[in-house]
Design a protein around this ligand. Structure first.
Ligand code: MG
Length: 161
């Protein structure tokens, strides 16, 4: 078994949709980024790639590449899933925490875990998404941005003899 961790931050601005965990969430602001800026999926991808020693999302999906402009992070996550299978890894579990003062995210947790599990082709009970505020402190507390942490375990599949 191999452990991985990921962390990401994106700035909240007006005029962008808020996409978290592959779900569009009604809010007055959205996250700024080259892709759809789905901060929790970015953290999860870095955890998965890290556990597999396959680099990070900047290496695989550089934000200077026009191919990834506005792309759904679910599409990138699907690519990471394929990469893991090619390298004989299967996902044990993923646990992520989104840090956001607003909006309230608990109503969307179930949909997020479903999207992520389906995209990776794993059962939903292997994915956990949690949300917390930072009690008004720091850049998440003032609503300047949203951050996300993720950890995962990968299991190595024995290569066919
Ligand atoms: Mg990011």
């Amino acid at each position: 078994m191999r452990i991985g961790m990921g962390y990401d931050v994106h700035r909240l601005i007006e005029g962008r949709p808020l996409i978290l965990g592959g779900i569009s969430i009604p809010y007055e602001k959205g996250l700024l980024g080259h892709s759809d800026a789905d901060v929790v999926i970015h953290a999860i991808m870095d955890a998965l790639l890290g556990a597999a020693s396959l680099g990070d999302i900047g290496k695989h999906f550089p934000d200077t590449d026009p191919a990834y402009r506005g792309i759904s992070s679910l599409a990138l996550l699907q690519n990471v899933g394929t990469l893991l299978r090619e390298n004989n890894f299967t996902v044990g579990n993923i646990d992520a925490t989104i840090v956001a003062q607003r909006p309230k995210l608990s109503p969307y947790r179930e949909q997020m875990t479903e999207q992520i599990a389906n995209t990776l082709g794993i059962s939903q009970n292997r994915v956990s998404i949690k949300a917390t505020t930072e009690e008004g402190l720091g850049f998440t507390g003032t609503g300047e941005g949203i951050s996300a942490y993720a950890v995962c375990l990968l299991e190595e599949i024995a290569a066919p003899v």
